[in-house]
Ligand binder design. Sequence first.
Ligand code: PMV
Length: 303
Amino acid sequence: VTSAKAFGKIIVLGEHAVVYGEPALAGALSAGCVVDVEKSEHGVPHLMLDTQVFKVSDADNGVCKAVRIAQEAAGIAASALDVTIRFDVPVGAGLGSSAAMSVALPRAMFARADKTLDDATLRELSNQIEKVFHGNPSGLDALLAMTGSLGLFTKKGGLTPIAAKQPVRVIIADTGVQRSTQTQVSNVAARRERLGRPVEQTIEAIGQLSRMGAEALQKGDLAKLGELMNTNQGLLSALSVSSAEIEHLVHVARKAGAIGAKLTGAGGGGCIIALAPPGDEEIVASALRKHSKTVLITNLGAP
Ligand code: PMV
């Protein structure tokens, strides 16, 4: 068996504002996607995805298509391999699962073919695979999936890495509510159109929180980071991208002692993140488990 992995991601501060040129503070997660490939024993190569099994040749399945893109690039002849894709982050919840897969698949195929895979080729393949699932990926998710880093991201300048003073653990809980990034982004655009300046000021304020968050991480000031997260949640709610389910989990986390909690990603559903006093992660996580089916504790800025 040949294995490869890539990281998921979270936006710690600054989602939505990043669409308007403000910085977002984002980091890779130690959790992500693992791809195993091995010689097919039954002649018809299979793709195992969680509990589902597909034929790699399936023309309609996006993931099968992604597998074929990676195989062809690695020069592996007409799918002689079984492929298993495992996620240890919730899928389709804003945690960069598809980007992690788009990086892990080419890595696994090139390793299997004993070929080196340079960064430029991996970026290109990952972008090609991401496009199977998303219209216009910003590249942030793929970058973090590849490098496992942490930094301030802007649309113009890309990622400026930052060094956190100490390792930071984050608790993630899934509301279980499906959401569409596109819908959420256009809801913000519509509100900005209608209300103008106050919404623009909210967006600028969020950008400022991201910059302050980067500084807090560099200094190791987690209390400050938590306060910035709570403030950002308030502003995201002002932008209309929060929801009853998100607010509920955020309050459960805070009541259990989290120093900061907010939605992450597009909002409207998806996941929340919480910051606990170091050592108390399990206390916050177990409170969240009573209200969410998927709760994980992970390192920010993996590996
Ligand atoms: O798709 P998600 O949940 O990772 O969220 C995207 C973050 C937004 O700022 C809302 C949109 C964007 O393109 O940056």
